[in-house]
Design a protein around this ligand. Structure first.
Ligand code: ATP
Ligand code: ZN
Length: 468
């Protein structure tokens, strides 16, 4: 299994630190707004990477943080006249809803920066003791030039960085020993959230959060550290400088970075205002389609968002789901149970699609080619499965398809999704509301179900529902 390591700029064979286990950290979002579909790209891509490791039999310890203290969160809180905590809590909850819609597996742990301040203070203290950091007027800076390997991930040269950095007029620039030094701890400003520290009240810098949370939940060395390509510099470069100086060990073995989701060939970003939130997209499309669209390109290739490509993803996904539905229907209606010899041979042939899928995924998670193998399997299913097949054969085909779509995180069993307890309970609650003539509540529930793609029909025989 090969993966592209930003550190070495080449594909490397994956060798875990510990046999059968993968320790993986993905930098999570700063929570001050609904996530946009650019932010969804690393979530979908690295969830798929995780799923593929699990398919291969690895036990994956997957940690992804929420940055819940930051200038942008504080700004939003001031605008709304609420606390920063209220803002971050609200958008963490909204983000989790979006993630569920995109079928992202819950992480082993989603640490919150604000709950890990003590550990960050300890790490900063260690860096000071080792001579890698210094304090000036309540701010602690990292002494960048002391870390000899600085620039190794982003392949940048310190002197080039220095000449570029000098022109920047950043507050605090004059008290730094060197313009390359970056902030580990900043002093409290009036009205901002703050924590006690040996350097006075204040809050941590962004980079130290991930160094500490990764260490706390995964240990000093991890297999994979991942995020969007804009995080390579300075965020990941700084994380390496902090973690390796503090722990005296190589931080992560493999550094994975996804390319951008663009719109009109420009990075989709909040600052440019050219974004769609996942929530907006969910009003028009099932989020499974968004997931499928993201995986239709290799994660290191830029991907341009367009209505045409979403429509193409919709029809591609439909083909797969329809094949699975047909298999289920045929299986339930056939009278023959056991596989015949001919069917055994026919089933054995499907191994070639699994091999193709694995070959693509083993080659730096080439989901675009892996999907092509799934389509070949679908074509094979559509040509060989019919009403005279045995239930066993149909079940085997269905299982083969489900195993592959599960790696991609695509749900093909709509009924299973529909029948989940929450929806059943909502329908019952709506019936009760109608009985009490609480039509406002009944309509509200109908709309909630509609948002989940469930259409209700009130008939004489009772309530019937179908998928949008
Ligand atoms: N257009 C995009 N395509 C792919 N990944 C992205 C895109 N925009 C952000 N990301 C990734 O999403 C994660 C969270 O990003 P972050 O919270 O910094 O928000 P942001 O949208 O980049 O901010 P801004 O849009 O204001 O530049 C990071 O891993 C980042 O690399
Ligand atoms: Zn990070």
């Amino acid at each position: 299994m090969k993966l592209y390591n930003t550190m070495s700029k080449r594909k490397e064979e994956f060798v875990p630190l510990e046999e059968g286990k993968v320790k993986m950290y993905v930098c999570g979002p700063t929570v001050y707004n609904f996530i946009h579909i650019g932010n969804a790209r690393p979530m979908i891509v690295f969830d798929t990477v995780r799923r593929y490791f699990e398919y291969k039999g690895y036990e994956v310890n997957f940690v992804s943080n929420f940055t819940d203290v930051d200038d942008k969160i504080i700004k939003k809180a001031i605008e709304e006249g609420v606390t920063a905590e209220e803002i971050s809590k609200r958008y963490i909850a909204e983000c989790k809803k979006d993630m569920e819609g995109m079928n992202i597996k819950p992480a082993t742990k989603n640490p919150l920066a604000t709950e890990e301040i003590c550990g960050m203070v300890d790490m900063i203290q260690t860096l000071i003791e080792k001579g890698y950091a210094y304090e000036k007027n309540g701010t602690v800076y990292y002494r960048t030039r002391k870390f000899k390997e600085y620039g190794k991930l982003s392949h940048k040269n310190l002197d080039d960085l220095q000449s570029g950095g000098r022109s920047l007029l950043v507050t605090g620039e004059d008290e730094k020993e060197d313009s390359l030094d970056f902030v580990l701890w900043k002093p409290k400003k009036e009205g901002e959230p703050a924590w006690q520290s040996p350097w006075g009240e204040g809050r941590p810098g962004w980079h130290i959060e991930c160094s500490e949370m990764s260490k706390k939940y995964l240990g000093e060395q991890i297999d994979i550290h991942a995020g969007g390509e804009d995080l390579v510099f300075p965020h990941h470069e700084n994380e390496i400088a902090q973690s390796e100086a503090a722990n005296g060990k190589e931080f992560a073995k493999y550094w994975l970075h996804n390319a951008f989701l663009n719109i009109d060939n420009r990075k989709m970003s909040k600052s440019l205002g050219n974004f769609f939130t996942v929530r907006e997209i969910s009003e028009k499309y099932d989020l499974q389609i968004l997931r499928f669209f993201m995986l239709s390109a290799h994660y290191r290739s830029p991907l341009n968002f367009s209505a045409d490509l979403m429509e193409a993803a919709k029809s591609g996904l439909d083909r797969i789901v329809t094949a699975a539905e047909n298999l289920r229907f045929l299986k339930e209606n056939t009278t023959r149970r056991e596989m015949s010899e001919i069917e055994k041979d026919a089933y054995a042939k499907t191994q070639e699609f699994v091999d193709g899928f694995e070959k693509a995924m083993d080659d730096d998670f080439n989901t675009a080619d892996a999907i092509a193998s799934v389509f070949e399997l679908v074509k094979y299913i559509n040509t060989t499965a019919n009403a005279s097949c045995s239930a066993e054969y149909l079940a085997c085909l269905l299982d083969r398809l489900a195993v592959l779509t599960d790696v991609l995180g695509i749900i093909t069993d709509k009924k299973k999704e529909v029948l989940d307890e929450e929806i059943e309970a909502l329908i019952a609650e709506r019936q009760a509301a109608r009985k009490e003539r609480n039509f406002a509540r009944a309509d509200e529930i109908r709309d909630m179900l509609l948002a989940k793609g469930i259409i209700l029909e009130d008939t004489r025989e009772g309530v019937k529902w179908k998928r949008a």
